[in-house]
Ligand binder design. Structure first.
Ligand SMILES: NC(=O)C1=CN([C@@H]2O[C@H](COP(=O)(O)OP(=O)(O)OC[C@H]3O[C@@H](n4cnc5c(N)ncnc54)[C@H](O)[C@@H]3O)[C@@H](O)[C@H]2O)C=CC1
Ligand SMILES: O=C(O)[C@H]1O[C@H](OP(=O)(O)OP(=O)(O)OC[C@H]2O[C@@H](n3ccc(=O)[nH]c3=O)[C@H](O)[C@@H]2O)[C@H](O)[C@@H](O)[C@@H]1O
Length: 641
């Protein structure tokens, strides 16, 4: 089967949806000029334009009856961060009839979302953002004699801006996605959540939200926060009524698009009143555009808030469990990866989150466990609090154990030695450096007065790494010993030891092509698991193709080729060229190239004896690497494994 496609990304073809494009302007419009409310693809608009080309040779697809949800035309995401940005993009992508405003106080973040280098590195996200934010041109595909499928233009419906108040004022649903970090001062310092940002956002919502708007807590919060928001709203607007829902986000960074596209579940917590249930239904309707109904669970608000905290605590607990076992393995001569295999094969335990390493990092696990433990303690449940705090204790123990092993293996002193750090992000496929394990290990190693600590990460910016290291409070003298590099070669040159701290595919041995390109352009957005007969293509000719259908169609037209083209149908609207001094373009030029991996044979020629490799993520094959002349230590591997 072959197929020819033709797109008109210049939007020049006639279509009744052009009204939308002229309203919202071109792909590169400045965010602050776009309208907050108009959405030409809304159900109110002329639906004749939705009639997709029907081939007379094929039978018409059956008309599906859809459940009716309370209507939603306009939503606002408050906070364009790691949660707000991708979640808003997915909502907009799957609901072309809903205008999605994403607002943030941080102008440079908004500018990045509106340009061609997104502020966060998530595989597959650029494609989703481009389609929803810029709209698409019309595209036609000839399915080799079987018929022609024509996809009309799509109007933009995802708008990033700093117009917080105006966007709240027109929203049917306001999603709160602001940060809820650990409080650093006063009562509960270092333990409870600092809700001041959320409180301030709630006051703004209270002042500007339209009557009857639904307010959704997406941020992770302590139990009872929905009540706090309710009280703020009642204080400012005693004569208005608003419903507060809790709808925690379960995405993991580095696979956010995949998680959002195919969520295990969507959890909606509401008041157990008629209005509460009705609000939950309205939110269910937004997700129902792409999430199977059985995966959308509704519970009460308290259960929902607590489920989120406990989910993170239990995931972290599994990591601490296997890490605690890894220490035993090293003493006993066992191999923790073999244990993970044996344990994970028990379906009651499951395979995931049994990967031993240097510990868990990231902005959430630690903060959410602290939060949970603080709540327990404030209810005088000290044993419960201590239980969860044990998870954090093991995490700290694990990274200190790792740093100690590095120093001891190098004869107890790092003086005059260069240590290379491969990986700074808290996990692979993200540029998020918050609370990375690497920063803690670097702080321990730099205290040993090494000649140099050289750091490289294929996904993080030099500035981002430096900021995070400074945040941990290293002295200026220590900072002078830390060099952040743009390529692995300069990082490793003349090093006595390499520490692998992030499980990027780029670092594996035997080498494995990076699963997701550093450029983030690779097509990684997957269509749903086929529920249809793959040979039956009649559904391509149904009246209206959803974006999920179009993904399936793209898969079909490229199934005989090796292409990684993100846009095989030619729907994309061209993006504006970057300015000549664009920092992101430069870092692509000097950093690792697409598909490049660390060449361990070359590394062997570049390092100083005795060429130590401390594999904090168990991603290199120790015995094989030792054949190249390295001395290798993994985590949870008894000597000589
Ligand atoms: N990062 C993650 O993978 C996940 C995070 N969460 C939770 O989601 C929440 C947000 O986390 P992230 O997105 O990582 O944080 P983030 O720091 O990346 O984004 C928060 C954004 O909110 C903006 N903001 C703050 N106050 C604002 C206001 N009044 N109006 C408009 N924008 C405002 C900030 O400028 C920032 O850009 C947190 O509660 C976190 O625990 C939940 C699941 C996953
Ligand atoms: O609330 C949040 O912020 C999110 O926290 C985690 O997601 P995230 O922290 O983005 O990434 P994970 O894949 O959970 O990894 C967290 C850390 O654990 C480490 N990890 C993970 C799995 C494992 O087996 N071993 C292990 O050491 C990772 O390297 C990373 O440092 C949860 O997985 C998400 O469900 C949740 O929404």
């Amino acid at each position: 089967m072959s197929a020819t496609t033709s797109g008109s990304p210049d939007n020049s073809s006639t279509d009744t949806l052009t009204s939308g494009l002229s309203l919202l302007g071109s792909a590169q419009q400045t965010p602050d000029e776009s309208p907050l409310t108009s959405c030409p693809d809304s159900p109110k608009s002329n639906r004749a334009a939705d009639t997709y080309f029907l081939d007379p040779k094929l039978p018409a697809a059956p008309v599906e009856s859809e459940p009716i949800y309370p209507p939603v035309y306009n939503v606002c995401f408050l906070g364009a961060g790691f949660v707000g940005g991708p979640t808003a993009a997915l909502v907009a992508y799957h609901n072309p009839h809903i205008v999605v405003n994403v607002v943030d106080l941080n102008q440079s973040r908004v500018d990045a979302w509106s340009g061609s280098h997104l502020p966060i590195h998530e595989p597959g996200l650029p494609k989703i953002v481009r389609i929803a934010r810029d709209g698409t041109g019309q595209a036609t595909t000839d399915l080799a004699g079987l018929g022609t499928v024509s996809i009309p233009k799509r109007s933009p419906n995802l708008i990033f801006s700093t117009r917080v108040e105006e966007s709240i004022a027109v929203a049917d649903i306001v999603f709160i996605c602001v940060n809820t970090p650990t409080k650093l001062y006063g009562l509960g310092a270092g333990a409870t959540a600092d809700l001041s940002i959320l409180e301030s956002a709630s006051s703004t919502i209270a002042k500007f939200a339209k009557e009857g708007a639904i307010i959704v807590e997406k941020s992770t919060v302590p139990c009872g926060t929905a009540n706090m928001i309710r009280e703020i709203l009642e204080f400012h607007r005693p004569d208005s009524s608003f419903e507060i829902l809790n709808n925690p986000e379960f995405l993991a960074e580095g696979c956010a698009v995949e998680n959002l596209m195919h969520p295990d579940r969507i959890l909606i917590g509401s008041a157990t009143t008629y209005d509460g249930f009705k609000a939950a239904e309205a939110l269910r309707g937004v997700y129902a555009a792409w999430v199977p109904p059985g995966r959308i669970l509704t519970v009460n608000t308290w259960s929902s808030e607590l489920t989120k905290l406990v989910a993170n605590a239990m995931l972290a607990q599994r990591i601490s469990s296997i890490n605690a076992v890894s220490a035993l393995c090293e003493e006993l001569g066992a191999d923790v990866q073999e244990l993970s295999l044996g344990l994970g094969s028990d379906s009651r335990l499951g395979r995931r989150f049994l990967h031993a390493g240097v510990g868990f990092g990231g902005s959430c696990f630690e903060k959410d466990i602290l939060n949970l433990a603080y709540m327990a303690k404030s209810m005088h449940l000290d044993q419960v609090a201590d239980y969860w705090m044990g998870v954090l204790e093991i995490n700290k123990f694990q990274r200190q154990r790792f740093a100690g092993k590095v120093v001891r293996s190098l004869n107890g002193s790092l003086r005059g030695k260069k240590i290379a750090i491969l990986g700074f992000a808290f996990k692979e496929n993200t540029n998020d450096t918050r609370n990375s394990i690497a920063v803690h290990i670097i702080a321990e190693l730099v205290a040993e007065m090494p000649l140099e600590i050289s750091v490289f990460d294929p996904g993080c910016s030099v500035a981002g790494i430096e900021e995070e290291i400074r945040n941990i409070g290293v002295t200026e003298a220590q900072m002078a010993r830390i060099k952040i590099r743009e390529h692995w070669k300069e990082t490793i040159q003349s090093a006595s030891a390499v520490c692998i701290l992030t499980q990027w595919d780029h670092f594996r041995y035997p080498s494995k092509m990076p699963r997701h390109a550093t450029s983030n352009n690779e097509s990684t957005v997957t269509a749903p698991k086929p529920v249809r007969d793959p040979e039956d293509i009649s559904w391509f000719f149904k009246n209206k193709l959803s974006e999920m259908d179009i993904l399936e169609l793209e898969k079909f037209v490229t199934r005989d080729s090796e292409t990684t083209n993100e846009d095989p149908m030619g729907r994309f609207v061209p993006e504006a060229e970057c300015l000549p001094d664009c920092v992101d373009c430069r870092s692509k030029e000097v950093g690792m190239k697409e598909g490049e991996t660390v060449d361990w044979e070359e590394v062997a020629t570049m390092m100083r004896e005795p060429r130590w490799v401390f594999d904090g993520r168990n991603i290199v094959d120790g015995p094989k690497l030792e054949k190249l002349g390295f001395r290798v230590r993994g985590v949870g591997k008894g000597f000589n494994i």
